[in-house]
Write a protein of this length. Sequence first.
Length: 113
Amino acid sequence: QLQASGGGLVQPGGSLRLSCAASRTGFVEYVMAWYRQPPGKQRELVARISASKTTYYADSVKGRFTISRDNAKNTIYLQMNSLKSEDTAVFYCNTYPPVSNAWGQGTLVTVSS
């Protein structure tokens, strides 16, 4: 199971840092990713990070979000800066590609003034 945390209400232009702790073994071997599901829309890939820490970002977050991982803590992070109202979503972590039974409850990020 993968549990995301760190969401909340933030004003446009603000920042949040999400965390995701993995309980499964072999974490260090997996490509890990952050996904999000905006209200009324499908879940989408936000960013991913390989075991060697190569990163990929969706165009919509490039330059604003930073994904990182701490293999010793089995944890990945998503630093989100310059948040926009369109970033409002439930954020999830999972492997890439995702494992269907590994989705946790996600963490809600609301960007609003």
